[in-house]
Write a protein that binds this ligand. Structure first.
Ligand SMILES: *Cc1c(COP(=O)(O)O)cnc(C)c1O
Length: 410
């Protein structure tokens, strides 16, 4: 090989300079595949790694512990989280579980946001509770209410903001300051709805940022996965040990697919935000719409907090019709372009009824108290033209209500 080519290669990628996130998601893990120079990082679909001589490896021993393709995704996520340490897991739920198993023991207490992903509340109610972990769901929109829930044995404050599905916000900076004024409490934020590009929780003072990479990071509904990022190196080593022990690492092929998705995250998020704003604005003025929850609307009670801690309003919204539950469900069935499916954050616009999907485990009374009535409709606004999405809503209103201006009441 001529020396000029070799020198060019060396120069190809400067050491992690302060590139913008849109550059980092594409180039953060660009180490050459030496055999062919393939531009994509390869899929290391392997269970184990050869010892050059006994005990001498290139840092990889067995793929339950670590895998180069998973590591490439971890580098991309660490880059956008603004830290050195990120770990990837086979689901968002296995990320949360690994976090809890890494830092909690029987007798410890956790405070969680009261409006939260259904799987997270199920994890505490039906699994961790059986192992002596105590927990309290608190209104984390209020620092005062949250502080009241803290006990001498509280070790973790687990926030979700914006919360699923009401978009209720929690002030990450104020809550982190409050929690850290108590002894030995770590703050973790489920940042799935915004990703660190629209809300950097570690910069806002949280100890751990958690993502379900299934959603915006992958962006194409191809994989299930999760991540945890932190500046706390002792915690990351502990989580690595627990991940290796329980086997919660993401499989290499899934990591590779998510690695392709993350490259377009900044571009996709910009479009998700503008499409969601267009749809939210249109829905809000519609006479058959009772209420729209979207942090970008002037009517959203916590818009000021969104502007303070977020750099965009995101692609998620929820709304209630001026109609009863049955008509609201018929309305979802009448949508043609918007697809009724669980999950969010993908190129396709997805619509769900939280009461029968993500939050079906909660009793009605509790749901209504949290702002999740049976008729609430959640929308993950995708990348279709907002004009076509609005046309779909128009035809669904026409099909459901047949020209009647009002629903028949509950
Ligand atoms: C989907 C989701 C999770 C769980 O992630 P999985 O990848 O489905 O395990 C956790 N939190 C939020 C906010 C989610 O939307």
């Amino acid at each position: 090989m001529c020396r000029l080519t070799a020198a060019r290669r060396e120069k190809h990628l400067p050491d992690r300079p302060d590139f913008d996130p849109s550059t980092l998601v594409i180039h953060s893990n660009r180490s050459y595949e030496k055999q062919s120079n393939s531009i994509l990082f390869p899929i290391h679909q392997t269970a184990t790694y050869i010892h050059e001589s006994v005990g001498v490896t290139k840092g990889y021993g067995y793929s339950r512990g670590a895998n180069p393709t998973v590591n490439a995704l971890e580098q991309a996520i660490a880059a956008i989280e603004g830290t050195e340490n990120a770990l990837c897991f086979r689901s968002g739920m296995s990320a949360i579980t690994t976090l809890c198993l890494s830092m909690l023991k029987a007798g410890d207490h956790v405070v969680l946001s009261d409006v939260i992903y259904g799987g997270t509340s199920r994890l505490f109610h039906q699994v961790l509770g059986n192992f002596g972990i105590e927990y309290t769901f608190a209104n984390t929109a209020s620092v005062e209410d949250t502080e009241k829930a803290i006990k001498p044995n509280t070790r973790l404050l687990f926030l979700e903001t914006p919360a699923n599905p009401t978009l209720k916000l929690s002030d990450v900076r104020a809550l982190s300051d409050m929690a850290h004024s108590h002894k030995d409490i770590l703050v973790a934020v489920d940042n799935t709805f915004l990703t660190p590009l629209l809300q950097n929780c570690l910069n806002l003072g949280a100890d751990v940022s958690m993502l379900s990479t299934t959603k915006y990071i992958d962006g194409h509904n191809a994989t299930i996965g999760g991540s945890l990022a932190t500046h706390n190196t002792a915690l990351v080593e502990r989580m690595r040990l627990v991940r290796k022990t329980i086997g919660s690492i993401q499989p290499p092929f899934d990591a590779w697919l998510a690695l392709q998705g993350v490259k377009t995250l900044p571009a996709r998020l910009a479009m998700h935000c503008s499409n969601a704003m267009a749809v939210a604005t249109w829905l809000e003025q519609h006479p058959m719409v009772h209420k729209v929850n979207y942090p970008g609307l002037d009517s959203f009670p916590q818009k000021a907090l969104a502007e303070k801690q977020q750099t965009g309003f995101g692609g998620m919204l929820s709304f209630e019709l001026e109609a009863n539950t049955v008509d609201s469900l018929h309305f979802i069935d009448a949508l043609r372009l918007c697809t009724c499916a669980e999950s969010l954050g993908s190129v396709e616009t997805l619509v769900t009824n939280p009461a029968t999907a993500s939050h079906c485990d909660l009793p009605l009374e509790q749901r209504e108290q949290l702002g999740i009535p049976d008729r609430l409709i959640r929308l993950s606004v995708g990348l279709e033209s907002p004009k076509d999405l609005i046309k779909d809503f128009e035809q669904a209103f026409a099909a459901t209500f047949n020209g009647n201006a009002a629903g028949s009441g509950e």
